[in-house]
Design a protein around this ligand. Structure first.
Ligand SMILES: CC(C)(COP(=O)(O)OP(=O)(O)OC[C@H]1O[C@@H](n2cnc3c(N)ncnc32)[C@H](O)[C@@H]1OP(=O)(O)O)[C@@H](O)C(=O)NCCC(=O)NCCS
Length: 104
């Protein structure tokens, strides 16, 4: 989660890009988010920008306080084109030092 004061500056996108690299480095073939609510426009924008597809929909997955509903999407992306973590510096330099600390 990105704090409300820091949203819209690319941090969420960087976190998802980093997740793609970590998943690849750990040997996974795909990354999937199982419940993306349909009104979460910024999250959906990030996932679509990073080549995720909606592979399933749970109709009326959650009810809003006004009584309306949101669907829930499963969004998935294969990792075939993702480089291993050795090339992370070229992909997302601003958070590389943080990620390298995490990988120790
Ligand atoms: C989702 C979340 C991580 C995004 O973080 P962020 O740092 O604001 O994300 P970014 O700045 O990288 O990108 C936001 C994108 O959404 C777009 N966006 C924001 N509001 C939008 C709206 N109302 N409609 C369409 N797109 C919108 C921005 O233009 C940007 O896209 P771009 O990079 O193509 O310009 C953050 O809002 C958050 O922590 N939300 C609460 C937790 C959550 O919902 N997690 C995801 C669960 S699936």
């Amino acid at each position: 989660m990105v704090s409300k004061a820091c949203r819209g500056k690319g941090i969420g996108s960087l976190l998802v890009k980093a997740s793609l690299h970590f998943a690849k480095n750990l040997g996974f073939q795909a990354l999937q988010f199982n419940m993306v609510f349909s009104q979460n426009t910024s999250a959906i924008q990030i996932y679509k920008k990073l080549a995720f597809s909606i592979i399933g929909t749970v109709p009326r997955a959650i009810q809003n306080s006004d009584g309306s509903y949101q669907d829930g999407y499963a969004m998935c992306r294969n990792l075939d084109d993702i480089a291993l973590i050795g090339s992370l510096a070229a992909f997302c330099p601003p958070i590389t030092p943080f990620l390298l600390r995490l990988s120790l």
